[in-house]
Design a protein around this ligand. Structure first.
Ligand SMILES: NC(=O)C1=CN([C@@H]2O[C@H](COP(=O)(O)OP(=O)(O)OC[C@H]3O[C@@H](n4cnc5c(N)ncnc54)[C@H](OP(=O)(O)O)[C@@H]3O)[C@@H](O)[C@H]2O)[C@H](O)CC1
Ligand code: K
Length: 524
């Protein structure tokens, strides 16, 4: 992966952070980074809150070390600060050194102490969270009126975004129906707290982007603490925030003709013309040069109302003689029998195939039927029927499926996961709940088809399609229907090209993040 992608888009997992820390130990030193991390936490708190009584909850590891440093910096700024330690840091550790430099009051690690504070800083566990925190810890966090997390809320798994708490998975994990946590668990007798602010370091982590971490963290600020880029690179991050710059969508060129912009072809069926038409419209609206529907004897149903579409009634085998028609969408609007009659022909002819909807149903329980396709775009139900329930770690499940199928897997959800067979994963939070409407997935298939037809490599094409579709959803007004996305797709593609061109200058903004919530702040 290019260094700029690692710098600007990577989301290192806690395990990769630990590699990064090992590298940093030999260069900049953990004590220095901890000092800067604590300083960054204090700075954000001073910026976002008025002076008030602060309690810093410190765990035994380096997350706690950051907490002691933050407490000292806040105290120096004149804020009333006390510390409650869950357990002392290991003797001779950097965290122990940081703890010894805090000279302010210590109070017991209890819910009562938390209730007395106006603001509670959670520096209990960060990247080192290895299991569900005890109910004692959860009760103290839940008693807090206002919470700021150092690096990560102490009950959120930084890799999966999953809530870890004693004996029970939180109902917020994942995207609903697929949640496969143990059923019938007793609910814990505390409410899971929401955070106002999370200050993380170097780069955001997958747990800040994925549900339920995303919802629990509040505003996420990522501080540049001067971690050498070489340390981040050594950690070999392979999960990325999906945004322009991670991929490059072709712009319009004066020399363009419809075949350079790309031809998208779709297989159509007899009974669900709507889905095929929505996918075709999505392909056209996102900039395909030409969109053709292979409708056979159903051609009449597709010829009505869309004059810019070319409808073919010749047999598929004849159409496949045209080698300019490289990219095919198979599945939207098709029954299993119709998929069976078309998909094998497309694959035998060596076409770049995106399989969705009916094609995924046709291969349920037997994903090998899709061998040879370039991209699959399942929602969680389709994914489960194809590959089995993904469990709490959807990134891992999508990656495994991509490897197994040797295809790019777009697992659609509130945060869509785009996994490549080589292990790269992009997480897309650039979307809108407005996209959760029938037909929106068909539109997405069309947009990805256009990106493939424009010559983009398949993972990049899928990432770009998902982002552009999300951007259109954000601009399609209140309660849009799938058709409303089409009028926003051209502008969304243009916005992707504009943002890509306005690439962040290396070093100027440090390790850049897309959204303001994930903005990077450098130490002054
Ligand atoms: N790279 C950076 O950006 C830097 C980040 N920093 C901060 O360091 C932490 C990570 O520090 P680490 O020491 O690796 O881990 P933690 O402090 O999060 O926690 C480790 C200790 O906590 C114990 N633990 C973990 N889970 C539980 C639990 N559920 N119950 C009880 N105890 C728990 C763990 O014990 P084990 O038995 O599992 O070993 C450890 O004792 C990162 O988040 C940043 O805040 C650095 O300051 C600088 C660079
Ligand atoms: K924490």
């Amino acid at each position: 992966m290019a260094m700029s992608a690692i710098r600007d888009f990577s989301l290192p997992t806690p395990a990769q952070c630990s590699v990064m820390d090992d590298e940093a130990r030999a260069t900049v030193g953990i004590g220095t980074l901890m000092e800067r991390a604590g300083w960054a936490v204090a700075r954000e708190i001073r910026k976002q809150f008025r002076p008030c009584r602060v309690l810093v909850l410190c765990g035994p590891g380096n997350n706690g070390g950051d907490g002691y440093c933050a407490a000292r910096h806040l105290e120096r700024a004149g804020w009333p600060v006390s510390v409650a330690a869950l357990a002392p840091p290991r003797p001779q550790s950097e965290a122990a050194a940081a703890a010894s430099r805090f000279r302010g009051p210590h109070v017991p690690f209890t819910a009562e102490s938390a209730r007395r504070a106006d603001l509670v800083v959670d520096a209990v566990f960060g990247a080192g969270l290895s299991r569900a925190p005890s109910s004692d810890v959860m009760e103290v966090l839940s008693a807090s009126r206002m919470l700021v997390a150092v690096d990560m809320p102490s009950f959120i798994d930084g890799t999966t975004g999953e809530v870890l708490c004693d004996g029970s998975h939180d109902a917020l994990s994942g995207d609903g129906p697929s949640r496969d946590g143990p059923s019938g668990d007793a609910l814990p007798d505390y409410a899971l707290p929401d955070y106002t602010l999370t200050v993380t370091f170097v780069r955001p982590k997958p747990g800040h982007v994925l549900p339920a971490g995303r919802r629990k963290c509040g505003t996420v600020v990522c501080a540049d603490i001067g971690m050498p880029l070489s340390c981040l690179e050594a950690a070999r991050p392979d999960i990325f925030l999906n945004a322009p710059g991670l991929w490059h969508v072709p712009a319009m060129s004066p020399e363009d003709h419809k075949y350079t912009r790309g031809v998208v072809s779709l297989c159509a069926g007899a009974v669900m013309p709507g889905a095929t038409r929505l996918a075709a419209a999505g392909a056209r609206a996102s900039g395909a040069g030409l969109v053709r529907i292979s409708a056979g004897e159903n051609a009449c149903a597709y010829r009505l109302g869309a004059p810019g579409l070319v409808i073919d009634d010749a047999p598929l085998a004849t159409l496949l003689e045209d080698v300019r028609r490289k990219v095919w969408l198979c599945g939207p609007g098709l029954t299993g029998a119709e998929v069976e009659a078309s998909l094998p022909l497309l694959l035998d002819a060596g076409r770049i195939v995106l399989a969705d909807a009916g094609a995924l149903g046709w291969a349920a329980g037997n994903p090998g039927r899709l061998a040879g396709v370039a991209v699959v775009t399942p929602h969680i139900g389709e994914f489960t029927r194809l590959f089995g329930a993904p469990g709490a770690d959807r990134v891992c499940a999508a990656r495994r499926a991509a490897r197994e199928l040797d295809a790019v897997v777009v697992l659609k959800g509130s945060v869509s996961i785009v996994a490549a067979p080589d292990g790269r994963v992009a997480l897309n939070d650039h979307a809108s709940p407005a996209l959760a409407t029938a037909g929106s997935g068909d539109t997405l298939a069309g947009v990805i088809g256009t990106m493939l037809a424009a010559g983009m490599p398949r993972w990049e094409a899928a990432c770009a399609g998902v982002w552009i579709h999300g951007e259109a959803g954000r601009n399609a007004g209140d309660w849009p229907i799938a058709e409303d996305l089409d009028r926003c797709l051209g502008a969304a593609r243009a916005e992707a090209i504009r943002r890509d061109a306005a690439t962040v200058e290396p070093g100027a903004g440090g390790l850049a993040c897309e959204t303001q919530d994930l903005a990077v702040k450098r130490p002054a």
